[in-house]
Design a protein. Structure first.
Length: 160
C-alpha cells in the first residue's frame, strides 16, 4: 500500500501547524466511512477548532489520517478521495480551511501508520516548523502515541 502527502493550499509563511485526525474529530468515526451520504459531520468540533486556531495563532491546518479501509479492500482509493474531498469542502463551508492531507492506506504496521510518527514527521519536515509549534488533535490513544513519537504536542478533541 502507500502513503500520500497532498497539499491543498500553498502557503509561503507557516509559523504554527494544527494537525487533525479526521475520523472522530471532524466527522463521526462510523468505521471505514467512505460514502458521502453516510457522513456525519462534527460541526461543534469544527467550531471549537476554528476558535482554538484563532486564539493560538495557528496559520496552517490539515489532516493526518489512517485509512486502512483501502488496504483491506473495503473501498478504493478513488472512493476515498471522492469522500475526502467532500469532507474538505464541508470543512471550508464551515470556516475550517484544510491546507494538506497526510494519509496512509496500510492495514499493517508501517512507519507511516499511526501510532508510528511517519505522517507527522513528513508534515514537520516539509514545512520546516519547529516541533514546539505543531499540535496534533485526535481522539484515540494511537493519535497521542504518534504525536509523542514525532515529538510534537497533542490534545484530545475534548480538551480544546
Amino acid at each position: 500500500m502507500k502513503f500520500i502527502f497532498e497539499i491543498h493550499n500553498a502557503k509561503l509563511e507557516v509559523n504554527k501547524i494544527l494537525i487533525l485526525d479526521r475520523d472522530g474529530v471532524v466527522i463521526k468515526d462510523t468505521g471505514y466511512p467512505h460514502k458521502i451520504k453516510e457522513l456525519k459531520f462534527e460541526i461543534n468540533n469544527m467550531k471549537k477548532i476554528i476558535n482554538f486556531m484563532r486564539k493560538n495563532d495557528f496559520n496552517l491546518c490539515g489532516f493526518a489520517t489512517n485509512q486502512s479501509g483501502v488496504g483491506r479492500g473495503y473501498f478504493s482509493e478513488n472512493q476515498f478521495w471522492n469522500c475526502h474531498n467532500h469532507i474538505i469542502e464541508m470543512c471550508r463551508k464551515n470556516g475550517l480551511e484544510i491546507d494538506f492531507t497526510a494519509v496512509n492506506f496500510f492495514k499493517v504496521e508501517s512507519y507511516y501508520r499511526k501510532p508510528h510518527p511517519g505522517m507527522l514527521n513528513q508534515i514537520k519536515y516539509f514545512y520546516s516548523v519547529n516541533s514546539k509549534n505543531i499540535l496534533f488533535i485526535g481522539d484515540k490513544s494511537s493519535d497521542e502515541k504518534a504525536a509523542k513519537n514525532a515529538t510534537i504536542n497533542y490534545k484530545f478533541i475534548n480538551q480544546i
